[in-house]
Design a protein around this ligand. Structure first.
Ligand code: ADP
Length: 163
């Protein structure tokens, strides 16, 4: 059984993430979307909220699982018996960071390969950060996030901003 991991923060999941995940799932038997818990990043949506969005988007896809993990991604991959980490590449600007992460992860565990999927052109300008910026300014996020979670994201973000 070929198991891949898609690590990320998904704050929130975007149409770009969904595209990479769906395409990567075609190349393995099981794909685990893994949300890192130990990142120093402060997220806008809580772990529970980010997982709920992902679950709604991939509900019904039997190959895809959603989990959170703490500690090193390569160690999590070893425990899950995954052979590869999947990352998306949007532009040249993603390359430097992704290259460094891939080399560090290889050093930590040479048995886990990092696989890159090129972003589809229609999604290559989308980032979770841009979605959050749109939400903060009440701009239209249609197309930036999967349609089935668009209204949930807007409602939750308005609730958070009222606090
Ligand atoms: P991280 O916090 O680890 O960067 P993200 O949730 O922002 O996690 O992204 C997870 C992965 O998805 C990364 O490999 C990132 O490059 C990729 N990604 C993000 N946005 C897009 C997009 N619009 N198209 C394709 N890949 C993307």
């Amino acid at each position: 059984m070929k198991i891949y991991i898609c690590p990320g923060s998904y704050d929130p999941v975007t149409s770009g993430h969904a595209d990479i995940i769906t395409r990567a799932a075609d190349h393995c038997d099981k794909l685990i979307i893994a949300l890192g818990e130990n990142s120093l990043k402060n997220t806008f949506f809580t772990l529970k909220e980010r997982i709920a969005f992902l679950k709604k988007v991939f509900n019904g896809n039997e190959k895809i699982e959603i989990e959170s993990y703490s500690g090193l991604t390569t160690e999590y991959a070893r425990i899950k018996k995954a052979t590869a980490l999947v990352r998306g590449l949007r532009a040249v600007s993603d390359f430097e960071y992704e290259y460094q992460m891939a080399m560090l992860n290889r050093k930590l565990n040479p048995d886990v390969e990092t696989l890159f999927f090129m972003a589809s052109p229609e999604y290559s300008y989308i980032s979770s950060g841009a979605v959050r910026e749109f939400l903060r300014n009440d701009a239209d996020i249609t197309g930036l996030v999967p349609e089935c979670i668009r209204e949930d994201i807007i409602a939750l973000s308005r609730k958070k901003m009222m606090k």
